[in-house]
Design a binder for this molecule. Structure first.
Ligand SMILES: NC(=O)c1ccc[n+]([C@@H]2O[C@H](COP(=O)([O-])OP(=O)(O)OC[C@H]3O[C@@H](n4cnc5c(N)ncnc54)[C@H](OP(=O)(O)O)[C@@H]3O)[C@@H](O)[C@H]2O)c1
Length: 329
């Protein structure tokens, strides 16, 4: 490794550990000087990509990123009027297909996926981006699952399983990737025996921010499990965090944080960059497949314990039980 490369790697690690520098526009501004090059301008020409939670923020920006690389994009949201407006607001509505589905409602996911797979035989990318944050009251989904678990974990798991055929066809036709949009907040949440005993957050005082962080940790764990399960199919599975971006979601759920950090927040385009780059370039990736700013990142900081293996197995068992969708293999 050359001196310049060693220095940039050291600087990159410092940015990661200081969090505030790395997660803001300072991080991407510096790293873009040394990160891997952009995809070819036609990298996704003739291909199809699906983005969930694409009526706002990072999802909306990801749609534009995939469009710019030539893809036809499926823009998924839970509200039909918002989906229609979001499609119309894109730079090329003729290459955008609106999809209406509530990712946190498992019956709605099954209904929508049956229709989607009858229309779309081949998919190059699936970005699990839909995200939510609850308050101090435990909110539940239609199927009575804790809401952040339903939207961040159960729905995306079921969608991945139901869209396996188009993804595998996409892999055979030139490559396919599934990307889970997690959060740097997942570093604050462990996955230990205690957590695995209470996956639905029924015990103790409920805290929406903690539920958010823990389900974002679960996304990273589950993406790694899916990557193992789909090994050999050609479908790549990654997770990532976008840094901090001043999206409508952040303004609504974390108004004080947004106000305090506003000058340093990333644009949604910047936050979506790695998700677009991953699908367009399919870089070599090793377990646990967690990315930020076009590089793989550790899933625990020094001194933190790795997710407990028995707890991971319990999580998978719960997710499979709740969705009826086994992991392949
Ligand atoms: N912004 C950040 O700094 C940041 C940091 C870390 C991680 N993230 C992650 O990035 C992703 C996007 O966040 P964002 O900041 O762009 O938030 P956002 O502006 O609130 O966008 C979230 C999107 O998800 C959709 N959504 C929510 N629940 C849904 C459901 N049940 N079914 C389908 N769609 C649903 C929302 O649609 P509605 O408009 O209908 O609610 C919206 O389009 C999230 O997963 C979030 O956790 C963001």
């Amino acid at each position: 490794m050359g001196i310049a490369q060693s220095l940039s790697r050291a600087a990159d690690t410092v940015l990661d550990r200081t969090v505030v520098l790395g997660y803001t526009r300072v991080g991407s501004g510096l790293r873009s000087r040394w990160w891997p090059g952009d995809p070819a301008p036609d990298a996704l020409a003739g291909r199809r990509v699906l983005v969930t939670g694409a009526t706002s923020g990072i999802g909306e920006a990801a749609i534009e990123g995939y469009l710019a690389l030539g893809a036809t994009v499926h823009l998924l949201g839970r509200n039909a009027a918002k989906v229609e407006a979001a499609v119309a607001a894109t730079s090329d509505p003729a290459r955008v297909v609106g999809e209406v589905c509530d990712v946190g409602d498992l019956d709605d996911v099954r209904r929508w996926a049956a229709d989607f797979t009858s229309r779309v035989p081949e998919l190059a990318g699936l970005l699990h981006n839909a995200g939510t944050m609850t308050g101090q009251e435990r909110v539940t989904s239609v199927q009575d699952h804790e809401l952040s678990l339903a939207v961040h974990v159960l729905g995306p798991h079921l969608i991945t399983g139901l869209l396996r055929a188009p993804l595998e066809a996409g892999a055979a036709a030139g490559g396919a990737s599934v990307v889970w949009m997690s959060s740097g907040g997942m570093y604050s949440a462990k996955l230990e025996a205690d957590d695995a005993d209470d996956i639905e957050f029924r015990r103790g005082e409920y805290d929406g921010v903690r539920a958010y962080a823990r389900t974002k940790r679960m996304q990273v764990v589950l993406a790694d499990q899916w990557s193992r399960a789909l090994a050999g199919t050609g479908v790549e599975v990654e997770s990532m965090h976008p840094g901090w971006s001043g999206t409508p979601g952040v303004k609504q759920h974390l108004p004080r944080f947004e106000k305090l950090t506003r000058p340093f927040l990333r644009t949604p385009q910047d936050a979506a960059d790695t998700a677009v780059w991953l699908v367009a370039t399919r870089p070599a990736s090793t377990s646990p497949h967690f990315w930020h700013d076009r590089a793989q990142r550790p899933v625990v900081f020094p001194g933190q314990s790795e997710p407990d293996r028995a707890a991971v197995a319990r999580l998978v068992e719960h997710v499979v039980g709740a969705t009826g969708m086994p992991l392949p293999g």
